[in-house]
Ligand binder design. Structure first.
Ligand code: FES
Length: 240
């Protein structure tokens, strides 16, 4: 669908302020297309800066790096700064907070549990030997093994799209496990065993039933399901 400069689209935005609203509701805003290729985040900024300063949402980098603006747009989780308005092929876009997370206000959700699970997998290099004087070198081949694992921006889109993340409050979720894999397969890391122990249970890699929603949701086109399968394979390879 082509939208021209001057066209108008409707943003139907989830609103909820727990301090004063009895229940959530949707509010319609008219957004003007001011340039070709406008992003959903541009539309939200237009609303907040020109129409309604009470609308709450997170954003920072505006270019798919910080991961702060994950939300559900027309039924699909993504980051609003990477979502072209035109790509939704409609003149009414429904915008909701990430499903499965407690709402703080409007499109802002509580990431406490998400980040607790991220830190549970120890997302940093664990080294048993003293560090070298300069950097810890890695071969080009070993570095290449991290492609598809290190690019996660922690937007929460994948975990929020997973039905097991909604139903099992202890499930680590695709994002935490993709980040576990990022270090398990790092040739410089000595914490592989302890990380595999952390994910080797019914709230870890064995909870994944390959629904594959996480792949569709990832705005960075990563594959958390594959990362979880890699961890499962690595666990099964261990000698018991
Ligand atoms: Fe940073 Fe969208 S604003 S990822």
């Amino acid at each position: 669908m082509t939208l021209n400069v001057g066209d108008k689209v409707i943003f139907k935005v989830f609103r909820y302020n727990p301090e004063k609203d009895e229940a959530p509701y949707f509010q319609d805003y008219e957004v003007e297309i001011r340039r070709r290729g406008m992003m959903v985040l541009d539309g939200l900024n237009q609303i907040r800066w020109e129409q309604d300063g009470t609308l709450a949402y997170r954003r920072s980098c505006r270019e798919g790096v910080c991961g702060s603006d994950g939300m559900n747009i027309c039924g699909v989780n993504t980051t609003s700064c990477m979502a072209h308005i035109e790509d939704y092929n409609t003149t009414t876009l429904t915008i909701k907070p990430l499903p499965g997370f407690p709402v703080i206000k409007d499109l802002v959700v509580d990431f406490t549990d998400f980040f607790n699970k991220y830190f549970m997998v120890k997302p940093y290099l664990i080294e048993r030997i003293p560090p070298p004087e300069k950097e810890r070198l890695q071969s080009v081949e070993d570095r290449a093994k991290l492609d598809g694992l290190y690019e996660c921006i922690l937007c929460g889109c994948c975990s929020s799209s997973c039905p097991f993340y909604w139903s099992d409050k202890d499930y680590l979720g695709p994002s935490a496990m993709l980040n576990a894999a990022r270090f398990v397969f790092d040739s410089r890391d000595d914490g592989k065993g302890e990380r595999l122990d952390i994910v080797n249970n019914k709230h870890g890699v064995w909870r994944c039933h390959t629904v594959l929603n996480c792949i569709t949701a990832c705005p960075k086109e990563l594959n958390p399901t594959k990362a979880i399968a890699m961890l499962q394979h690595e666990i099964l390879k261990r000698k018991w």
